[in-house]
Each structure stands twice: as C-alpha cells, then as structure tokens.
Design a protein around this ligand. Structure first.
Ligand code: COA
Length: 332
C-alpha cells in the first residue's frame, strides 16, 4: 500500500467551556460521577458559531502549518455527523471560506469513525497520482443534537474541529474499516423532516414497527451500555486487523491515538491489546467526546507539543454510530 504523510495539522476548539459543575446545575449529576465513569472534566461548546465555521478555522490552521496555499488543495473531504445543512456538503462551505477554489469536495459520515474513514479514502485518492494535496476536515457540533435533559448522554459530548493536510509518501500506511449495521439502534439521531407533502401517511409508524427507535425524537439517542460493550472489542479487533494486514506487531507501535469516548473504554481496549498506557494519548479530560474530530484534534495537540517524531509508528483507532469501527497505522 502506498503511504501518506502529514504536511500540516490544525484545530479549532470553541472558547466556551462547560465543566462538570455546569452540568450538575442542569441535570442530576456530579463532577465525581462524570469523572469516575468517563474521565471527562470539561468540554467546549460552540455557542455562537456553526459547525462549518469551526471546520474552516481548523482547515486554515492546517494549511498555515503546512505552508501550502488553499489554491493548491486538490480535494477536501469532511467527516461530520452533525452538518449544518443537508446540502451542500460541509466541504463546499469550507472550500468557500478558505478559498480552495481548485478542490473537489465531498463529505463522509461514519460518525465518530469518520476521521479514520477519511484517512482510508485519502490514501486511495493520493495513490492515483491525480491528487497531490488532500485536506481532511473533521468538524463536529454535537451540541446541536444532544438532549441536555438526558444526564446519561449530555455529559459526554462537546464541539470542535480538526484538520490535516496529506500528501503521498513512501512511508508505510494501512487502514481497516468495519461496521455492524445490525446494532444501529445503540446510537442514532433521526432526521425528522418538516414536510408539507399533502399525500403523506404516518411515516413514523414504519419506523416504530421495525426498529427500537423513538421515531419522533430529534436528539442523539444511545444505549450507553451496548455502545460500551461493542466499543471495547471493536477497538481491539480493529487494531489487531490493521496490524496483521500491514505486517506490524502491536508491540512495535510507538503511539496510539484512540477515539475519546470514555477513558474506561480506552483503558479496557488497550489493556486487551497489551499496550501500556504511556503509549496511549488521551485528551478526553479537557475535550470530552467530539466525535470524528477527537483524533485530529489530539494529533494537532501532539504536533504542537513536539511529541511526534520522525519514524514513529502511530495507530489511530475509533468506533461510532453505525455501529462503525476502524483503525489505521501510519509511519510518520
Ligand atoms: N450522573 C449521575 N448518574 C448517572 C448519570 C450521570 N450523568 N448517567 C447515568 N446515571 C445513573 C443511571 O441512571 C444509573 O442509575 P440507576 O442505577 O439508578 O438506574 C447509574 O448511573 C448507572 O448507569 P449506567 O448506564 O450503568 O452507567 P455506566 O457506568 O454504564 O455509564 C455511560 C454510562 C454512558 C457513561 C457509559 O455507558 C458509556 O460511556 N457508554 C458509551 C457511550 C459512548 O461512548 N457513546 C458515544 C460513542 S461514539
């Protein structure tokens, strides 16, 4: 498999901070409960900006870091499960804001696995030689889907965007993607169109007769325990699969950047893999779960702190609604 390399990374983290005490003011919870069960202390919320704005800011910073002009971007792939518009794709809105007028654009939705799906796609585009610079933007505004009266879910999520600019390289890269559509009811957010089509019957009946969904509900719905159970094994399987596929041993990984859903999920999955905690990067304490933006935001923090060294083998691993899961190993 031909490789890819990072030319630059960037992120946008909204200013407004909602710490656990703020949640204790709106639902029956406590800092102690949230921190012990999830590892989260605070999350950021984009109180006055749309999702595509966050994505554009992250993208601009990645291009500045890479010292590549927006006009030299050939393709923008956005991962989001919280778009501002059904259409156009968020990538088109971001293209406009950053002035990447020569870029093709499309969006990907595999929920929290989105950044890994984008890496997988970007590598394949870059292998064709037609595309030189591919910009991935993972932008998520979970606050527009979360039910702030549901204490079991609202405490988990925040808003942020991360971006990476990629080009082809001779370094090793492998990716693995999987999905369990059978389990989709464990985590979903249904679209309730405000249609005025005069010939419609009760379409919600269709959903209610077939699925365990709350058909009229607009909010993110989850069965936390089912997601938790799925996530631990899915993350471990994804890492084993991608390592085997690329001829890597799990022991030779220098760094693992997992999806930041729950610190206990990360600890259990990496324990199953025998990966020591000092090789696992987490930022969940100050970011919460920002869906597909978790991994690129974390990566940008690591680059900023000078912790990514040439030659390192980095593993990205995640899971999310779908239920989807995936992992990638990249030599940097
Ligand atoms: N504060 C206080 N108590 C809470 C609470 C909160 N924020 N949320 C739930 N509880 C209560 C429950 O009502 C339950 O009370 P009961 O025993 O009286 O019924 C008790 O705590 C235990 O609930 P439970 O659901 O067993 O907790 P848990 O240990 O499984 O933790 C999650 C709940 C949601 C934190 C955990 O299941 C989880 O993280 N799941 C994965 C979710 C996820 O990652 N989603 C995104 C995927 S990308």
């Amino acid at each position: 498999m031909s490789g890819i390399e990072f030319l630059g990374t960037g992120s946008y983290v909204p200013e407004f901070v909602a710490d656990n005490d703020k949640f204790a003011e709106i639902v029956d919870t406590s800092d102690e409960w949230i921190f012990q069960r999830t590892g989260i202390k605070q999350r950021h919320i984009a109180t006055d900006k749309p999702n595509y704005y966050m994505g554009a800011q992250a993208a601009k910073r990645a291009l500045e870091n890479a010292k590549v002009s927006a006009e030299d971007v050939d393709l923008i792939i956005v991962s989001t499960c919280t778009p501002d518009f059904f259409y156009p794709a968020m990538s088109c809105l971001i293209q406009k804001l950053i002035g990447a007028k020569n870029a093709a654009c499309f969006d990907v939705n595999s929920a929290c696995t989105g950044f890994i799906s984008c890496l997988d796609i970007a590598q394949k585009y870059l292998a064709t030689d037609t595309y030189k610079n591919v910009l991935i933007v993972s932008a998520e505004k979970l606050s527009q889907q979360v039910d702030y009266t549901d204490r079991a879910s609202c405490i988990l999520f925040g808003d942020a965007a991360g971006a990476v600019l990629l080009t082809k390289s001779g370094k090793r890269f492998n990716s693995f993607l999987g999905a369990e559509g059978d389990e989709f009811e464990a985590l979903y957010c249904k679209i309730n169109y405000q249609t005025n089509c005069p010939w419609y019957g009760d379409i919600n009946e269709y959903y209610e007769n077939r699925f365990d969904t709350h058909a009229k509900q607009n909010f993110l719905m989850q069965d936390g325990k089912a997601v938790y159970k799925f996530a631990v094994n899915a993350m471990a399987d994804a890492v084993r699969n991608v390592a085997a596929q690329g001829g890597f041993s799990v022991d030779e990984l220098d760094l693992v950047i997992p999806h930041q859903a729950n610190l206990r999920i990360i600890e259990k999955a990496t324990e199953l893999l025998g990966i020591p905690s000092d090789k696992v990067y987490t930022n969940i304490e100050h970011m919460g779960n920002v869906s597909s933006a978790c991994i690129p935001v974390a990566l940008n923090e690591l680059f900023g702190a000078g912790k990514i060294r040439e030659g390192m083998k980095i593993c990205f691993v995640g899971f999310g609604a779908g239920l989807t899961y995936g992992a990638a190993i990249m030599e940097v």
